[in-house]
Structures are given as structure tokens and as C-alpha cells.
Design a protein around this ligand. Structure first.
Ligand code: PRP
Ligand code: GUN
Length: 179
């Protein structure tokens, strides 16, 4: 559909295969527990929806909306809560679901917050990990794919709110944002 402006980096089939693998790992990890799975809006929505169906054990889920100040490409490191959780996390085994970890600022803020709120454990699953973008010392417990230091879109990830509904991950050709 978007051949002229996007290069496919990870296909729909590759994503779905990886989501099933991650779901199986999470099932194993949390089978004796009742984790609170927290999806971070808006980007994690497609991943969260697919992943939940691949976890074969009891869990509770909630969502939280946070945003980072900055431009589409550069984060300022400052994170603010747009919508908080409805669930208390004290004593809970929390699994944060993200679409991407880049600078690490969002997940550093969230893991610190959940520990401060006295979660029993806090782990991170992310579909994409961009280690070259890292500004703070944080790494996911589970990651689907390592991506290069390029701005990626699709499967929840946007460029000025577009492309979130693509079923695959792509890299926008520079002319799209050089306009
Ligand atoms: O590691 P970082 O550099 O903090 O980047 C990762 C965050 O950036 C994106 O969210 P964004 O703030 O763009 O909001 P969105 O999910 O609503 O698009 C993404 O969904 C992560 O939450
Ligand atoms: N769409 C998008 N959002 C991001 N937030 C942090 N890194 C990225 C990225 O590569 N693409």
C-alpha cells in the first residue's frame, strides 16, 4: 500500500511469529502468578492486543497513557502521565508492554514509578529494541526484534499520528519528513 514511501523492515508474518514466541515465554514465566500486564498507550495497542491472546494463563490487564515532550524524532527525556492506571500495583507482579524502547526515558520513568508504588516485581516486554538510541541505562527483559537507529513506523508506531494501523514495521523514506 505504501511501497513508494516505506521500506518494510519486519513483515506481518515475522511479527506474528515473534508475538507467539513471546506469549509462550510469558506464559511460562508467570504461570504460578497473576500478573498485572500494563500496556502503554498509544503505541503498544496492536502488540498488546495480539500478545494477550498468546498468553495462556490468568492475568489482569490495564493501560496507561504517557507522553514524552519533544519532536517526532527527538525526545526531551521528560515524561508526563496523560492517563494513569485504574489498578493499584502494590504487591503486584507487573509486566509492562511497549512497542519500542529507544532513548529508554519512558521505561526508566515507568519502572521507577512502579517500584515507588511498591510493585512486587517489574518486568518489560517490548516488540522493538533500538539500543543505539539509549540515553539511560535500562534494558527490556524480553524483546522481539533489535532495530537499527532509524525512525520506524507501523504496528502502533506513528509519524505525526499516521501509519499506526499498518500490520508491519517499516522505515519511512527520508523524503516523507523532509517535505
Ligand atoms: O524510549 P523512548 O525514547 O522513551 O521512546 C519510546 C516511547 O516512544 C513512543 O511513544 P510516544 O511518546 O511517541 O507516544 P505514543 O505511544 O502515543 O505514540 C513509544 O510508544 C514508547 O512509549
Ligand atoms: N514512531 C516511532 N516512535 C518512536 N519513539 C521512539 N522511537 C521511535 C521510532 O523509531 N518510531
Amino acid at each position: 500500500m505504501h511501497d513508494d514511501i516505506l521500506e518494510v523492515l519486519i513483515s506481518e508474518e515475522e511479527i506474528q511469529e515473534k508475538v507467539a514466541e513471546l506469549g509462550a515465554q510469558i506464559t511460562e514465566e508467570y504461570k504460578e502468578k497473576f500478573p498485572l500486564v500494563i500496556g502503554i498507550l498509544k503505541g503498544s495497542l496492536p502488540f498488546m492486543g495480539d500478545l494477550m491472546k498468546k498468553i495462556d494463563s490468568h492475568l489482569e490487564y490495564d493501560v496507561m497513557d504517557v507522553s514524552s515532550y519533544g519532536s517526532a524524532f527527538v525526545t526531551s527525556g521528560e515524561v508526563k502521565i496523560v492517563k494513569d492506571l485504574n489498578t493499584s500495583i502494590e504487591g503486584r507482579d507487573v509486566l509492562i508492554v511497549e512497542d519500542i524502547i529507544d532513548s529508554g526515558n519512558t521505561l526508566k520513568y515507568l519502572t521507577d514509578l512502579f517500584k515507588y508504588r511498591k510493585a512486587n516485581s517489574v518486568k518489560i516486554v517490548t516488540l522493538l529494541d533500538k539500543p543505539e538510541g539509549r540515553q539511560v541505562d535500562i534494558s527490556p527483559d524480553l524483546a522481539g526484534f533489535i532495530v537499527p537507529d532509524k525512525f520506524v513506523v507501523g504496528y502502533g508506531l506513528d509519524y505525526i499520528e499516521r501509519y499506526r494501523n499498518l500490520p508491519y514495521i517499516g522505515v519511512l523514506k527520508p523524503r516523507v519528513y523532509q517535505k
